[in-house]
Design a protein. Structure first.
Length: 226
């Protein structure tokens, strides 16, 4: 986590300072934006060195959802949404747009730092082997996925979900088990978010999407023999 560059986007100066102080203690570099317009401009100028974005939803001028859409046009950098809202539909909406984590205010800064650290560790990875799953090539080191030689774009959460499925090939996985292992913390939302992610992954895999089998009343299974 040391030397990672984090873009903090929040219209509250107090909140930006609080997060910055905690991240600085961990050796992180931070860049700040106080509204959506500024966030988009700063990200475009620094996207090659930003490792993660902390993005508030409710901001003046341009809200966080609009900023996220702009970021996702040409980047799969991990994004954690910060919001005062706690509605389930907001979480589902965020995941549809490519959010990697969703944290409701108020939150513990220590927990936030821990989640950031977990995401950055998963991105870097410690494996260099490229594995082939029926024409789906997964590179752990680069966190990339290719289908029949063509790289596809997956959000961090989509990648982790696909990786969990392929690592447990031919094993029927319940939605609860997937939540516990992929989301990696106590998740209080609806398991429908898994269905939403699976739908997007299947679409991106094209014909290979058939390898992800729906197990009625249980969850999902990855099987290249289908």
């Amino acid at each position: 986590m040391e030397d990672a560059t984090i873009l903090i986007v929040d219209d509250e100066l107090r909140m930006r300072k609080l997060i910055k102080d905690f991240l600085s203690k961990e050796g992180c570099k931070t860049i700040e934006a106080q509204n959506g317009e500024e966030a988009i401009e700063i990200f475009q100028d620094n996207k090659n060195k930003i490792d993660l974005v902390l993005l508030d939803v409710m901001m003046p001028k341009i809200d966080g959802w609009t900023v996220l859409r702009e970021i996702r046009k040409n980047s799969k950098v991990p994004v954690i949404m910060l919001t005062a809202r706690g509605e389930e539909q907001d979480e589902l909406f965020g995941f549809e747009l490519g959010v990697d984590e969703y944290i409701s205010k108020p939150f513990s800064p220590k927990i936030l730092v821990a989640r950031i650290e977990a995401i950055l560790k998963r991105i870097k990875g410690d494996k260099k082997e490229i594995k082939n799953y029926g024409g789906i090539l997964i590179n752990d080191a680069g966190r990339t996925v290719s289908v029949d030689g063509k790289q596809i774009e997956l959000s961090l959460r989509e990648y982790e979900l696909l990786k969990y499925l392929v690592d447990n090939e031919k094993v029927a996985l319940s939605r609860d088990k997937i939540l516990n292992n992929v989301w990696n913390y106590d998740y209080y939302g609806d398991s429908r978010t898994i269905d939403s992610h699976i739908k997007k992954i299947r679409h991106k895999l094209g014909k290979k999407g058939k390898f992800i089998e729906t197990i009625r009343g249980i969850g999902y299974k990855f099987d290249t023999s289908r």
